[in-house]
Design a protein around this ligand. Structure first.
Ligand SMILES: Nc1ncnc2c1ncn2[C@@H]1O[C@H](COP(=O)(O)OP(=O)(O)OP(=O)(O)O)[C@@H](O)[C@H]1O
Length: 271
C-alpha cells in the first residue's frame, strides 16, 4: 500500500470515529486519581456501555467527553457527522436523576436547551413536541413533573437530551433507580430510538445484564484510576428483544462480562 493510500485509510478511520480518548488521565484537586490513562475509541453510530466498579471513573470519563471537565493529560476528540468539534458540542447528556424543573410543564422542561440556545419559542415548542413524541409522551406535554411516574420522568429527560438533535448521547446510569419492569421497557424503547435515529450512545451502567442487552460493545473498566480492563463485542441477531434476553448466547455474554469484571472487585478496595 502506498503512503497516500495509508494516509487516506487512516483519515477514513478517524472520520468514522465519534469519540476518541488517548492517554486521558484525571486527577482531581483533592489528589484523587480518578482516571487513566484511558484509551477509548467509539465509532459513529455505535452503542457502547461502560461498566466498572463504583468510583472507577465512569462518570468522570463521560464528563470529560461532554466538555464539563478538563482532562489532566491526554487528548479528547469528538466528531459530529460533519466534522470535528470541541468536546461538549453535538452531545446530549442524560443523568441518573431526571433533574426536571418542578414549576413548569413537561414541554417547557424539554424546550429548555433550545431556549438557552436562543431558539424562537414557537420553533422550540414544535421541536420539544417532536422529541416528546419520540419517547411516547405526546399526551403529557402539558403535565407537570409531579404528575409523572419515575419512568416517565426519565423519558422526559431523554427527550430533553434529544431535542437539540445531538449526534452523541451520553447516558450516566439513567435507569438505575427504576424498577426492573420499567427498566426493561425503557431498554427496549432506547434500542428502538437508537436504531431509528442513528446516534452514537455511550451508556454507563453497573448492570452486567443491561450492558449486554443494550450494547454492541461492553467496555469493562478497572478499579480507580479507571483504565480499560476488557473490550467485548456483543454479536447477535438484530433487532434485539426478549428472545435475545432469554437466549443462551445472552447468558454466555453475561458470564464473559462478569469474568472480565471480577479482577476489579476481587483486588484491594479503593473505595
Ligand atoms: N469533583 C470531584 N472532586 C474530587 N473527587 C472527585 C470528584 N468527582 C469524582 N471524584 C472522585 O473520583 C473518583 C471517580 O468518580 P466517578 O464519579 O467518576 O466514578 P464512577 O465510576 O462514575 O462511580 P459510580 O459508579 O459510583 O457512580 C471517585 O473516587 C470520586 O470520589
Amino acid at each position: 500500500m502506498s503512503a497516500a493510500q495509508i494516509s487516506s485509510t487512516v483519515e477514513a478511520s478517524l472520520t468514522a470515529l465519534a469519540v476518541s480518548l488517548r492517554g486521558v488521565t484525571k486527577t482531581y484537586d483533592n489528589g484523587v486519581m480518578a482516571l487513566g490513562p484511558l484509551d477509548l475509541a467509539v465509532c459513529k453510530g455505535e452503542f457502547i456501555s461502560l461498566l466498572g466498579p463504583s468510583g472507577c471513573g465512569k462518570s468522570t470519563a463521560l464528563r470529560i467527553i461532554a466538555g464539563l471537565s478538563a482532562p489532566s493529560s491526554g487528548t479528547v476528540r469528538v466528531a459530529r457527522h460533519e466534522g470535528e468539534v470541541q468536546p461538549g458540542h453535538g452531545i446530549g447528556f442524560v443523568f441518573q436523576e431526571p433533574t426536571l424543573m418542578p414549576w413548569t410543564s413537561v414541554r417547557e422542561n424539554v424546550r429548555l436547551p433550545l431556549k438557552l440556545g436562543g431558539v424562537a419559542k414557537a420553533q422550540g415548542r414544535a421541536r420539544a413536541d417532536e422529541a416528546l413524541a419520540s419517547v411516547g409522551l405526546t399526551d403529557f406535554a402539558d403535565a407537570y413533573p409531579r404528575e409523572l411516574s419515575g419512568g416517565m420522568k426519565m423519558r422526559v429527560s431523554l427527550a430533553r437530551a434529544l431535542v437539540t438533535d445531538p449526534d452523541i448521547l451520553l447516558m450516566d446510569e439513567p435507569f438505575a433507580a427504576l424498577d426492573e419492569i420499567t427498566r426493561f421497557r425503557l431498554n427496549n424503547d432506547l434500542l428502538a430510538l437508537w436504531r431509528a435515529l442513528g446516534k452514537t450512545v455511550i451508556f454507563v451502567t453497573h448492570s452486567v445484564f443491561e450492558s449486554v442487552y443494550l450494547s454492541q460493545r461492553v467496555v469493562v473498566m478497572t478499579a480507580r484510576p479507571g483504565r480499560i480492563q476488557a473490550d467485548l463485542r456483543i454479536e447477535t441477531v438484530e433487532p434485539r428483544g426478549e428472545e435475545f434476553r432469554t437466549s443462551t448466547a445472552y447468558s454466555d455474554y453475561c458470564r464473559r462480562v462478569s469474568a472480565a469484571l471480577a479482577p476489579s472487585y476481587s483486588g484491594q478496595s479503593t473505595l
